[in-house]
Write a protein that binds this ligand. Structure first.
Ligand SMILES: Cc1cc2nc3c(=O)[nH]c(=O)nc-3n(C[C@H](O)[C@H](O)[C@H](O)COP(=O)(O)O)c2cc1C
Length: 202
């Protein structure tokens, strides 16, 4: 039967502490997830992989002491860059190779206006794009047989300070990666609102 990673993915609360993630598998998850779309393909994100016991303890303290942070072999801080639209983003260098100078200048003006004009737009830009990467990571993980758990329950300022994020960066989400502890029990999947409840056709 065909696999359905959407059905298979769950936020698994309990991780098997004895199972590490293979280095190659971890790299494949991230290199697959980065196929996520982003506005102007600017990819305004960065990932900090928290793996050492010492670093996990610091993250645990900043993330409401959620046990899964200590149990999962890797916890990702998926950071959103609120200035990812700006000239400082090195992606512009790649874009420059595929377009004319005039078009490049036009794109830069557009992103500044659309995403950089005020704080609200900057937040929306950074968090919406980075949220797509986060979802992509969880689905890619499932594709490669790895379980995950997303978390926003954290003191974002504390995470930012503890892990030396740049002033323009903010932790969009934390994602635990690892393998479900088979001795634990996961509650059934919670109700989802379906087509008829969320779709309005006009
Ligand atoms: C952005 C985001 C933040 C979340 N934060 C937490 C969290 O801090 N702690 C937690 O236990 N679960 C957290 N969750 C997990 C949700 O409770 C879970 O995804 C939801 O109940 C649906 O369950 P499922 O993912 O197994 O289908 C978060 C999920 C998302 C998408």
């Amino acid at each position: 039967m065909e696999r359905n990673i959407f059905e298979e993915r769950r936020s698994v609360k309990f991780f098997d502490k004895s199972r590490k993630i293979d280095e190659e598998v971890f790299r494949k998850i991230i290199d697959t997830a980065v196929l996520a779309p982003s506005a102007f393909n600017l990819q305004p994100w960065r990932i900090i992989a928290v793996e050492s016991e010492e670093a996990k303890q610091r993250l645990y303290n900043a993330a409401m002491k959620q046990d899964k942070v200590l149990e999962a072999p890797i916890v990702l801080i998926v950071a959103a860059d609120y200035e990812g639209w700006s000239e400082s983003n090195p992606m512009w260098g790649h874009i420059a190779k595929t377009t004319t100078e005039k078009r490049l200048a036009g794109s830069m003006r557009a992103t500044k206006r659309l995403y950089g004009a005020d704080e609200k737009r900057q937040i929306k830009y950074a968090e919406s794009n980075t949220g797509l990467l986060a979802m992509s990571i969880m689905l890619a993980a499932k594709y490669y047989g790895v379980d995950s758990h997303p978390m926003s329950g954290m003191d974002a300022e504390q995470v930012k300070n503890e892990f030396a994020l740049k002033p323009s960066e903010s932790p969009c989400m934390l994602i635990c990666l690892g393998y479900f502890d088979q001795s634990a029990e996961l509650s059934p999947r919670a109700k989802r609102r379906g087509f008829d409840e969320i779709v309005k056709r006009v």
